[in-house]
Design a protein around this ligand. Structure first.
Ligand code: PHE
Ligand code: FE
Length: 276
């Protein structure tokens, strides 16, 4: 875990202090704007556990959360905490934190010019997008188990498979709720445009979640997704991943070709967009 030296000023585990008191009024105002806009957008689009988490953690439009206060609540609920890091951290650092129920978050916030899109995850994506669900016990368990799987991963092929699983669940996952779909992926819930597109557009494929299918599917990082995968519940996701043994699966899947984005297989269960 100590192979990658942290940037100057960061601890060996790459964490840095949040320095909450140093955010400017303008920076807090950007959080408020983003929070209000997404709160309205997600009202009937996001899974109930997300809204429950927002409430339980007292997240609101009043400015960038202070991690210390946030962690008091989060820790009491599921044992998770949020730690600040300078940017993208090496894989082994990332997995190590997750395995110990620590979620790494950027501390900077996007500028007004970047309200709709930015390349690197900021504190709005990381905290608003990811943290509410960490207050849910089943989701909390999934994320820790995912980190442990990453710590155990021994090959590049395994890491690629795990990265796809993360992408299509934690970042871009959908959940079925009756005959409607709901959002839970952080990459969607923190994006105004994609939170509409993922549920309502006729363009992308919405495919019933299957570990093998998901781990074999390519993804794009430069625009809205062509595929989304639909889980039944967080408990079900835990059963299919954390409670399953992936040892043989990794080897089997490493020999199979990657499935390009936007391709439907005969075995796929397909969901229609939500009715307007
Ligand atoms: N349970 C899997 C294994 O035995 C690991 C895993 C857990 C992978 C959670 C993804 C998410 O390797
Ligand atoms: Fe993210």
């Amino acid at each position: 875990m100590e192979q990658s030296p942290p940037p100057p000023g960061a601890a060996p585990d790459w964490t840095i202090p949040q320095r909450w008191s140093q955010y400017s009024t303008d920076e807090h105002a950007i959080w408020s704007r983003l929070f209000r806009r997404q709160q309205a957008q997600l009202e009937d689009r996001v899974v109930p556990a997300f809204k429950k988490g927002v409430q339980a953690l007292a997240l609101g439009p009043h400015g960038i959360p202070n991690f210390a206060a946030l962690n008091e609540r989060l820790n009491a609920l599921t044992g998770w905490s949020v730690v600040a890091v300078p940017g993208i951290v090496p894989e082994e650092i990332f997995f190590h934190h997750l395995a110990n129920r620590r979620f790494v978050a950027g501390r900077f916030i996007r500028t007004v010019a970047q309200l709709d899109y930015l390349e690197e995850p900021d504190v709005f994506h990381d905290v608003f997008g990811h943290v509410p669900l960490l207050a849910d016990p089943a989701y909390a368990r999934y994320m820790q188990a995912y980190g442990e799987a990453g710590v155990r991963a021994r090959s590049g092929a395994t890491l690629r498979q795990l990265a796809r699983l993360y992408w299509y669940t934690v970042e871009f996952g959908l959940m079925r709720q009756g005959d409607q779909l709901r959002l839970f992926g952080a990459g969607i819930v923190s994006s105004n445009g994609e939170s509409e597109y993922a549920l309502d557009s006729a363009e992308p494929l919405r495919i019933g979640f299957d570990v093998r299918r998901t781990m074999r599917t390519d993804y794009r990082i430069d625009s809205f997704q062509n595929n989304y995968f639909v889980i039944e519940s967080f408990e079900d996701l835990v059963r299919l991943t954390a409670d399953a043994d992936f040892t043989d699966l990794y080897e089997e899947l490493a020999r199979l070709p990657t499935i390009p984005v936007g391709v439907l297989l005969p075995t796929d269960v397909v969901f229609p967009p939500n009715r307007q």
